[in-house]
Design a protein around this ligand. Structure first.
Ligand SMILES: [Zn+2]
Length: 123
């Protein structure tokens, strides 16, 4: 019994469990994958692209806010600094919220990446 378990452990460490990442369709070690079976590279890539989307959303939000302040509030020179700080805060908060939303949508739709090639088609 002792010997059998020992061999089993050795077998396991030599051949760690592999699984196919649902996003890039490549076989990767199960270790490092998350519960949706996204490999580490895909998680990183998704976060990176979500961050880019977040900044775009934040920029649109901040530009809209700046236009609204400019047109309707028409701040005097005395308080303009406070409004600029508000716009900057909107940009930062908007980019964070936008990033979370973009990442959440990517996780929710859980589709394979555009650049992913199914293993059988790659040769
Ligand atoms: Zn992957």
């Amino acid at each position: 019994m002792f010997g059998r378990n020992d061999r089993g452990a050795a077998w396991r460490s030599r051949f760690p469990e592999r699984a196919t990442c649902v996003r890039c369709l490549q076989e990767k070690d199960l270790e490092g994958m998350d519960r949706l079976l996204w490999c580490e590279e895909c998680q990183k890539a998704a976060r990176k692209s979500a961050t880019a989307w977040g900044w775009k959303g934040g920029a649109v939000l901040a530009a809209g806010l700046a236009a609204w302040i400019w047109l309707f509030i028409q701040p005097s020179d005395l308080v303009i600094g406070g409004w600029i700080a508000t716009v900057v805060a909107a940009l930062l908060i908007g980019s964070r919220v936008g990033r979370e939303i973009a990442y959440g949508v990517m996780r929710f739709t859980n589709r394979k990446a555009v650049e992913a090639v199914p293993p059988e088609a790659s040769e």
